[in-house]
Write a protein that binds this ligand. Structure first.
Ligand code: A3P
Ligand code: MG
Ligand code: MG
Ligand code: MG
Length: 327
């Protein structure tokens, strides 16, 4: 299958959502609401999920969507103002939005995993979004447990990481068997991307989360040093880290369970789109024990712990260093 239509709809949806997110950020209406697990969510997360689920339902009415957010909190009477805000942002990209329609579109993301499903993170890195740092809109199509299409819109990512003050906004796209590309969100010809093939670790960089609760910074540092990476890590929110590895701007992304949450299990929407972008760019993605990520069980990667993303060349050395530093 060529997945041409899936790719086109996913790109259109992610770009429409990215527009809403950037608009919310530029208008500084980004106070966080708190979810029951105490994590933050904003009107932009809701607006992004509404628009994407709506466009997916138009293109693929039979496909379930497993999204991060749902509208249960947003329909509380005390949240009427926030729902009105979400509706007006969604209205700016689809002109038939009403509060009721927006709630129903968001809830289209409560689908179940099946033989074919989409998984959506409407804003990955909400904490980065709130800090004015990196975030990504992440959308992937999974069939029989294998990611087939992945789109990552990173509106704040410098097109060239070496020029942080240069143009920002990058779209990564991958289709199984067709390679991975990046293109500025402002437009242009998609450019094929490849992981770095260097095995000269002294020249390599690694990426990790900004949030220490999302990854064990000290162990990540030890493992990187054991592999021979001497440069400081580049800390970055969201699946933009997968983009950095896929485009050769970093050789390794380590996400080891934080000692604060040793039993945390990763969510499928935090990894599906990033995984195919890196694999199609020639890299490797496994958990910290070397097992492939299993996207066919549920919304959590219950069979996996931690995530290791690399250019492939150094993967086995990284896994060996992890075994050596195991306690
Ligand atoms: N204890 C934990 N360990 C690892 N990831 C966690 C975590 N708690 C939350 N997360 C996830 O970390 C994601 C952000 O990752 P990063 O640190 O790479 O930006 C969050 O996505 P959202 O921001 O979509 O909720 C959330 O799903
Ligand atoms: Mg969240
Ligand atoms: Mg996320
Ligand atoms: Mg999210």
């Amino acid at each position: 299958m060529s997945y041409q239509q899936e790719k086109q709809v996913a790109i259109e949806a992610a770009l429409a959502a990215a527009k809403i997110c950037e608009q919310v950020r530029s208008e500084r209406v980004t106070q966080a609401m708190e979810k029951s697990d105490k994590s933050p969510v904003t009107v932009a997360d809701y607006g992004s999920q509404a628009v994407i689920c709506r466009l997916l339902a138009q293109g693929f009415p039979n496909d379930p969507v497993v999204g991060e957010e749902d509208a249960a909190d947003l329909v509380e009477p005390t949240m009427a103002n926030q729902l009105a805000q979400v509706t007006s942002y969604v209205q700016s990209v689809t002109n038939d939005a009403t509060p009721e329609a927006v709630v129903s579109w968001i809830n289209l993301g409560n689908g179940e995993i099946g033989p074919r499903y989409w998984t959506l993170d409407p804003i990955d890195g909400t904490k980065g979004f709130l800090r004015n740092d990196q975030y990504a809109v992440a959308l992937a199509l999974v069939e029989q447990g294998e990611v087939k299409v992945g789109v990552l819109a990173c509106p704040a990512l410098p097109v060239n990481l070496a020029q942080p003050d240069g143009e920002r906004g990058v779209l990564f796209v991958a289709v199984r068997g067709q390679g991975a590309t990046m293109v500025p969100i402002s437009g242009g010809e998609p450019e094929s991307i490849q992981v770095t093939d260097a095995d000269n670790t002294a020249e390599l960089r690694f990426v990790e989360s900004v949030e220490s609760g999302h990854g064990d910074h000290s162990r990540q540092d030890l493992v990187a040093k054991a592999v021979g990476i001497t440069a400081d890590s580049l800390r970055m929110d969201s699946q933009a880290k997968y983009g950095a590895v896929a485009s050769g701007q970093a050789a390794l992304y380590l996400r080891l369970p934080s000692s604060k949450y040793p039993n945390y299990r990763e969510k499928i929407w935090d990894h599906a789109a990033g995984t195919i972008v890196v694999e199609e760019a020639g890299g490797l993605v496994t958990d910290m024990h070397g097992k492939p990520l299993n996207f066919s069980i549920g919304s959590k990667l219950v069979e996996n712990q931690g995530v290791v993303v690399s250019n492939g060349v150094i993967h086995e050395t990284v896994l060996a260093a992890l075994r050596d530093t195991a306690n």
